[in-house]
Design a binder for this molecule. Structure first.
Ligand code: PFF
Length: 454
């Protein structure tokens, strides 16, 4: 493949951060941080990022940029006639599974954006006391119905199709160049508003106050998993995207920039949520997942002046975060089909998106009419999520580290990290040591704990 490159450094960062910043940052990180020791958790998280996230990211970047290939061919090119390409195939399978359910959630954000624009989101809200119940009811009625979530999912799939079809530079890069600054500005606006609320200081304290007594081995494994998911590792995304990085891109700088921006956006989300929740006396509410974004935050908006404006801006933010992530994960299979099966971009996009009209529908309907289908106690949506996120991703990352650290020539990683000796080599031994020894052990721990939690 890929004669195609991202056209600018800003574009390449926007695209990669666009993949990383997703619902993981918005509805998982803040609640996880607050519940697990605040500032202490952030400290542990930063350490996980340094000793696991960034080195594994560099392993994936090296694979992609060094081979200029898709997630499977990258392994094949470095070790032809071996079975290592299976790791790439696993990544592609995992990414496709994730895409199928993530498109449904992205669809929910789209529906809530529409509901905010039309004003329907706030219809039927009579008294503050019953607001919680009303928003809960609205959410459940929507998610558990068959038709509306399906239509929203299809809108997301169609959007994905057109952006992907427009190509790497004109579709993905151009979209990210627009959307990521908007996302960042929206986060800053919301943080500003939240900090200006009366009880904001208590909220900030509630979020950041370090409590080291909460840090247990289990929490550390959680932080490892969170850093891993948040940086979009083990999904083939970073291999695929970095194949479009120019030769002169400094991989270490890029990995640090992407990780820091990802962390910054996650922390900003905490700065938005907790002061608002404190100021409106909602501390007892669920502060994570769907309840946070579809119930608690709408409750807050409803009590603010210009409710509708805030709701529109917030769901726009959420939609951008979700859309840039789905695009990145869909590109994994598009690039693979284009490269390994010599398909045109059009055919590749059709082959990726079309089956999702069925697969994502099954995920969407698993909260409605197909809720009776349960495997190991999980509906289709949750089953795909659990298997892909908890098992396939750490497995792919583990094998990728072993591949880069032990199977290919040591020069390969060094040449990628130092751009063939053109940039500083000081950090290389540390990265190499982590990829060979530390990361595999940590990933094994994440995997083992996932099996215990199953
Ligand atoms: N880094 C993304 C997040 O935090 O939400 C993870 C991700 C999920 C990327 C789903 C892409 C995707 F389709």
């Amino acid at each position: 493949m890929s004669k195609v490159n991202f056209s600018s450094r800003i574009g390449l960062i926007a695209v990669t951060v666009g993949s990383a910043v997703g619902l993981g940052n918005i509805w998982r990180f803040p609640a996880e941080t607050q519940a697990n020791g605040g500032g202490a958790f952030i400290l542990i998280y930063v350490m996980c990022m340094l000793v696991l996230g960034i080195p594994v990211m560099l392993a994936e970047f090296s694979l992609g940029r060094g081979t200029q290939s898709d997630a499977e061919s990258a392994f094949k090119k470095l070790k032809p006639k071996s079975k290592w390409n299976v790791v790439g195939i696993l990544a592609i399978i995992a990414s496709y599974m994730i895409l199928s359910f993530y498109a449904v959630v992205a669809g929910w954000t789209f529906e809530y954006l529409v509901q905010s624009i039309t004003g329907n989101l706030f219809s039927g809200i009579d008294s503050i006391d019953r607001m919680d119940a009303t928003f809960h009811h609205k959410m459940e009625e929507f998610i558990c119905s068959d038709i509306s979530p399906l239509i929203s999912t299809y809108v997301i799939l169609a959007l994905n199709f057109f952006i992907l079809l427009a190509g790497v530079q004109k579709g993905i890069e151009r979209m990210s160049n627009w959307m990521m600054p908007i996302l960042f500005i929206l986060l800053l606006i919301f943080a500003g508003v939240s900090l200006s609320l009366p009880d904001s200081i208590q909220g900030i304290e509630y979020f950041f106050k370090p409590d080291f007594s909460k840090i247990t081995p289990h929490i550390i494994v959680n932080a490892l998993g969170q850093s891993f998911f948040s940086l979009s590792l083990g999904m083939g995304i970073l291999i695929t995207y970095s194949a479009y990085y120019p030769k002169k891109t400094k991989l270490v700088n890029t990995a640090f920039t992407v990780s820091l921006l990802d962390l910054l956006m996650a922390v900003l989300m905490g700065i938005i949520i907790f002061p608002a929740v404190m100021s409106f006396g909602l501390e007892g509410s669920q502060l994570r997942g769907t309840t946070l974004v579809f119930v608690t935050l709408p409750e807050i908006f409803a009590q603010m002046p210009a409710s509708q404006l805030w709701a529109v801006l917030f769901f726009l933010l959420l939609l951008i975060a979700a859309l840039t992530s789905t695009i990145s994960i869909a590109e994994v299979t598009v690039a693979w089909l284009q490269n390994s099966f010599r398909q045109s971009r059009l055919k590749a996009c059709v082959f990726v998106i079309l089956p999702l009209f069925l697969l994502s529908a099954l995920c969407s309907l698993s909260f409605g009419s197909l809720g009776f289908i349960k495997i190991a106690g999980l509906n289709i949506f949750n089953l795909l999520d659990t298997v892909a996120t908890n098992i396939l991703l750490p497995t792919v990352a583990l094998l990728t580290c072993i591949f880069i650290g032990w199977s290919v020539k040591t020069d390969f990683l060094k040449n990628q990290i130092t751009n063939n000796g053109k940039v500083s080599q000081r950090i290389y031994p540390v990265i190499s040591f982590i990829i060979r020894f530390i990361a595999p052990i940590l990933l094994l721990l994440v995997l083992i704990s996932a099996f215990f939690e199953l």
